[in-house]
Structures are given as structure tokens and as C-alpha cells.
Ligand binder design. Structure first.
Ligand code: UDP
Length: 340
């Protein structure tokens, strides 16, 4: 694959939280970036710093529909496709579950076909959710997972599993050069205030003096990776010369309980909010922590930003975003769709 400035990179979900950081990183490298986003969870604010860049081209479209011909280059070929299209927050992906499933199946299939046509490398943004509520801890790539196929999380978990299957079938049968990253919980600037995931919820609740919502007994764990670390890992995986057999975990192995996360944010923001317990969402995984020994060995990658530093930067981002008008409009916190 070509390097740096000659590359044409097609990023779906490019106006989203992770996607917009990817667009920016590839533009900084000198590549041309085609971005496709349906703006379901993406935002024009995320594109603000590079929307006018001469090498950036954005099309608003949904990956479940045929990819607009007009956005595809006539004379050049796409070098790299990164599929980051799909709502990732439980309340958001559960709000339109059929669309979530089709985004992962129909969308990934048409992007893989495009990769085949262009002989482009393909990087799939998969997820730790494919492990479900894991019975193996920490989660290693060889673990096949424990997923409820009929529950409210299935549209995302099973959709992402099917997308992985499509990737490896296109690799085996059609010779597409695929890489699959299993992304663990990621946080940082450009999360939406109304995203609904724990880091943005708790920070915004703390900063606006609202009740902080802790689901269940707060003893469930997650391991949070700062977005710049994740983007670095994704780019290393995309640039790897090849010969990778399966998926690769990318995440920060620093595991903590949600009660400890809340306590940390309260301390850092000096919040006077009360903490309220809310029912645990259905099929909420009890424990999650990546085994990243494969990523370290293959890519020389380990996360560099610790939780304290990452939260500091994320809190600073939300302090900027939470203007008085926004605070008034944000009184109702995002709620999970289905609870146990
Ligand atoms: N959670 C919470 N309060 C919130 C939002 C989420 O306690 O306001 C919990 C949720 O039940 C889960 C964890 O935080 O155990 C991470 O949830 P998130 O939605 O961020 O991501 P997930 O890893 O579940 O996809």
C-alpha cells in the first residue's frame, strides 16, 4: 500500500467520534480523505477543524444504501477503506436495532465489495462487544464469546460478529486484504454530550450538577482507552505489511469498576452531584478487559495516555462544549432502552 500523501483513504462514519479523529490523522499525514456519514450519531462539529481542507471530501449518505457513485474517484483508486460506520452507544444502537444490524451486514458487505474492486486494503472497526458477557477474562482474540443472539444488544453484537465473518470470507474467497480491530471502550474529545455512554454521561452530569446515574451496583468493570491511543493502534494495524490471521484487540487493559470511575470523575470535577443507582441494562457485560499482547507483538503498540490524563482532557473538552444554553437543553440524561 502507498504511504502518506499519495494515499486515498475512504472512511465511513468519518463524522463520528472515532471516525473524525481518523479523518484528521490521515489528512495530517498528507492523504486525501473521502468521508461518508449518515449523521445519525456523527456531527458537523467533529469536522469543524478540517471540513474546508482541500483534500477532504464529505458525503452524507447511509452505508445500507448503495454507495453514491458520484463520491467515488473515476481516475484514481482507493488505497484504504476504514469502516467505522455504526452507532456504538447502547441507547443509540438500540434505538434503531434493525438499522444497526443492516449497517453492519449490508454496509460492510458493500464496502468489502468496493475494496475488492479497488484492490484496497480494508480495516474493519469491530468491537469488544463480540465477546458478549465474557466467560474468559481478560478477553483474548482466540475466545469466541458469550453473546445473547436475541437480546437488545444483539443488533450490535451479532451485527459486528457477522461483519467480521464477511471480512474473513472476503479475505479467503476474494483475496481482499482485511484487518479487523476489536475496539474496547474508547473515550475522549468529540464524544457527543447526549451519547449515552458512561464517560460522557458521568462527566456531563457532574459538570452540570445533575444526578450521576450509576447502573446496577456499579461493580461491573470496563477498561477505557483514550481516543488518540486507539487511533494510533488503528493506523498501525492499517499500515502493517500483512500476514495477520485474525482479529486484533485494541484497548487499554487498565480495568476499573463503574463505581470507581464515577468516584474519579466526581473528584476531578469537584462535583456536588448526588449519585443515583439505576437498573442495569439487559445483558450488560459484568467484566471487560482486553488482552493486548497480540497488538503489542504485531504492531509494537501499547496505550500511552493513562485514565487520569485522558479524563482531564475529556473533561476540558466538555467544559468548552457545555455553554449555558446547552446546559438548559441537556437536563434530561440519556437513559438505557431496556433494563434488567
Ligand atoms: N453505565 C452507568 N451509567 C451511565 C451509563 C452507563 O453506570 O450513565 C454503565 C453501563 O451499565 C455499563 C458501563 O457503564 O456497565 C459502560 O457502559 P457504556 O454504555 O459506556 O458502554 P458498554 O461498554 O456497555 O457498551
Amino acid at each position: 500500500m502507498k504511504n502518506g500523501k499519495d494515499r486515498l483513504v475512504f472512511i465511513t462514519g468519518g463524522a463520528g467520534f472515532i471516525g473524525s479523529h481518523l479523518c484528521e490523522a490521515y489528512l495530517d499525514d498528507g492523504a486525501s480523505v473521502l468521508c461518508l456519514d449518515n449523521m445519525q450519531t456523527g456531527s458537523h462539529d467533529n469536522l469543524e477543524s478540517f471540513a474546508q481542507h482541500p483534500r477532504f471530501h464529505m458525503v452524507e449518505a447511509d452505508v445500507t444504501a448503495p454507495i453514491p457513485e458520484a463520491m467515488l474517484p473515476r481516475s484514481a483508486t482507493i488505497d484504504l477503506i476504514i469502516n467505522a460506520a455504526c452507532a456504538a452507544s447502547p441507547p443509540q444502537y438500540q434505538a434503531q436495532p434493525q438499522h444497526t444490524m443492516l449497517t453492519n451486514v449490508v454496509g460492510t458487505n458493500s464496502l468489502l465489495a468496493l475494496a475488492e474492486t479497488h484492490a484496497a486494503r480494508f480495516l474493519q472497526c469491530s468491537t469488544s462487544e463480540i465477546y458478549g458477557d465474557p466467560l474468559v477474562h481478560p478477553q483474548i482474540e482466540s475466545y469466541w464469546g458469550n453473546v445473547n443472539p436475541t437480546g437488545p444488544r444483539a443488533c450490535y453484537d451479532e451485527g459486528k460478529r457477522a461483519a467480521e465473518t464477511l471480512c474473513f470470507d472476503y479475505k479467503r474467497h476474494n483475496g481482499v486484504d482485511v484487518r479487523v480491530a476489536r475496539i474496547f471502550n474508547t473515550y475522549g474529545p468529540r464524544m457527543q454530550i447526549s451519547d449515552g455512554r458512561v464517560v460522557s454521561n458521568v462527566i456531563c452530569q457532574a459538570l452540570t450538577g445533575r444526578e450521576i446515574t450509576l447502573y446496577g451496583d456499579g461493580q461491573q468493570t470496563r477498561s477505557f482507552c483514550f481516543v488518540t491511543d486507539l487511533v494510533d493502534g488503528l493506523r498501525r494495524l492499517a499500515d502493517h505489511p500483512g500476514g495477520i490471521d485474525g482479529a486484533v484487540n485494541l484497548g487499554n487493559p487498565n480495568e476499573l469498576t463503574m463505581a470507581d470511575l464515577v468516584a474519579m470523575v466526581v473528584r476531578m470535577t469537584k462535583a456536588r452531584s448526588t449519585i443515583v443507582q439505576r437498573p442495569l441494562p439487559v445483558d450488560d457485560p459484568q467484566r471487560r478487559k482486553p488482552d493486548i499482547s497480540l497488538a503489542t507483538a504485531l504492531l509494537g503498540w501499547t496505550p500511552a495516555v493513562d485514565l487520569n490524563e485522558g479524563l482531564k482532557r475529556t473533561i476540558a473538552f466538555f467544559v468548552d462544549r457545555l455553554t449555558p444554553e446547552v446546559i438548559v437543553g441537556e437536563r434530561a440524561a440519556a437513559e438505557p432502552i431496556a433494563v434488567q
